[in-house]
Design a protein around this ligand. Structure first.
Ligand code: NDP
Ligand code: HSE
Length: 429
């Protein structure tokens, strides 16, 4: 029986889940894969967390050097999060000849080129399935199962915290702050939940996934990002009247004009397969030129679902001798030769708080015409029911360019007749 020693850095939500799975499934892996996986040592600054999981005192390392120099450790699982000291620790482990499995999307997204170069040089594995979409096996699918395709697009709900918040707001009218606290309690949110609600976490994941799908390094800085902090229950409710569900979508497209990558709240038709993805569930909808449409669905966050992805990587690493690395041009400069589309096309939901008097709609229509925006649907509430006693007027536009909308918003806000543009949300077909 092959014996493989594991070290875990960080015994929080994911570290705890990983430890539990490895402990409870040890015999299953012995029988099925002829490999004996044992957690030799852990690193955790709050020792009480490790002790509470039943880890013996002498298996808690005092520092990373103890792990790097431990001959019984073959694979190091980094589940601490953040860039430092995680990056230094991962590089130390790779240089010491240990393979690394990580769930740290921020680290992998920002430094995959550096980490991978050191992994290759030291003939170590570097695995990151858990970094994107929790327990959903999307990275392995892109690397191993869909590689025969030219991937044309991907669209996904890839953050569990925001999907949990938007689901509770839509189904229960729950207040944003209350649901965020609940998502933190359930272990879905990042240490700093701004990373979730401001959309950073989703841009890190989209950077990794679109790099794999489109075979070039997509820096997260090239991804248009908008979070959910300005979303109100009112807009979710108005959207329902048009048959829409609101989701934080990550979108990647590879077209003739270049690569388009964006993360923002989006209305989708309630009949779309992604519309029914609720709670902390995530899904990625991938379109390839051969396979057509594939949707991968499952828990996007949480101790055991994410631990499942980590342990999948550990077993892969323990049972393979030739490691697989990224299939994209993984250098810092790769993006310089890639063309990105910034003035993208979309339909839009626009909510105005209008003064209820003659000529307002004529004025708005003339601005839309000037900005080459065509209206598909419109809804006006009866009487002054909105904020500041103004009348909410909602427009759904036909597909237009982002810059046209920006110009129209500016002109409407400058006009005397209309109080203000209260919300602009992209509508994805
Ligand atoms: P937690 O905060 O629950 O766990 C991280 C643990 O690492 C904490 O116990 C923390 O201690 C410890 N730690 C941090 N820095 C050090 C250090 N320098 N030395 C020793 N211990 C340290 O985070 P999660 O488990 O939720 O997330 C971990 C990683 O996994 C992140 O990169 C996250 O993005 C990713 N991830 C999380 C998912 C989830 O559902 N939670 C899903 C997929 C990925 P302390 O509490 O004292 O800071
Ligand atoms: N905070 C992340 C989320 C964890 O909510 O999706 C999983 O990556």
């Amino acid at each position: 029986m092959k014996k493989v020693g594991v070290a875990i850095l960080g015994m929080g939500v994911v570290g705890g889940g990983t430890y539990k799975i490895l402990k409870e499934h040890r015999e299953l892996y012995q029988k099925s894969y002829k490999v004996d996986l044992t957690v030799e040592v852990v690193l955790e600054r709050d020792r009480s967390k490790a002790l509470a999981l039943g880890i013996e005192e002498d298996r808690i390392a005092a520092n990373i050097q103890e792990i790097c120099s431990n001959p019984d450790v073959d694979i190091v699982v980094e589940v601490m999060g953040g860039v430092e000291p995680a990056k230094t620790f991962v590089l130390d482990c790779l240089r010491a000849g240990k393979s690394v499995v990580t769930s740290n999307k921020e680290l992998f997204c920002k430094y995959s080129h550096e980490l991978e170069a050191v992994a290759k040089k030291n003939h170590c594995g570097l695995f990151y399935e858990a970094s994107c979409v929790g327990g959903v096996p999307v990275i392995r699918s892109l690397l191993d199962n869909l590689q025969g395709n030219n991937i044309l697009s991907m669209m996904g709900i890839i953050n569990g915290t925001t999907n949990y918040i938007l689901t509770k707001m839509a189904e229960e009218g729950a207040a944003y702050e209350d649901v965020l606290k609940e998502a933190q309690r359930l272990g879905y949110a990042e240490a700093n939940p701004a990373a979730d609600v401001e959309g950073y976490d989703a841009t890190y994941k989209l950077s990794i996934l679109s790099s794999l799908a489109f075979h070039t390094k997509i820096p997260y800085t090239k991804i248009y990002r908008e979070g959910i902090t300005n979303i109100s229950v009112a807009d979710i409710e108005y959207g329902k009247k048009f048959g829409y569900v609101l989701k934080l979508l990550a979108i990647g497209k590879n077209g003739e004009n270049g690569i388009e990558v964006r993360v923002h709240p989006s209305f989708i038709k309630s009949s779309h397969p992604l519309a029914s993805v609720g709670d902390s569930y995530n899904a990625v909808y991938i379109t390839g030129d051969c396979v057509e449409d594939v949707m991968l669905y499952g828990r996007g966050a949480g101790a055991l679902p994410t631990g499942s992805a980590i342990v999948g990587d550990i077993i892969y690493c323990a049972t393979h001798t030739n490691y697989q690395y990224s299939t994209f041009k993984n250098t810092e400069e790769a993006a310089q030769s890639t063309k990105f589309v910034e003035n993208f096309e979309s339909a839009y939901y626009i909510r105005l708080n209008a003064t209820d008097r003659t000529g307002v709609l004529a004025k708005v229509s003339s601005i839309f015409a000037k900005c080459k925006i065509s209206v598909a649907q419109m809804l006006q509430e009866r009487g002054p029911v909105g904020e500041d006693g103004a009348t909410p007027v909602i427009f759904i536009t036909h597909v237009t360019r982002e810059n046209n909308i920006k110009k129209a918003v500016q002109l409407i806000n400058e006009s005397e007749e209309v109080a203000k543009v209260a919300a602009v949300i992209r509508v994805v077909s």
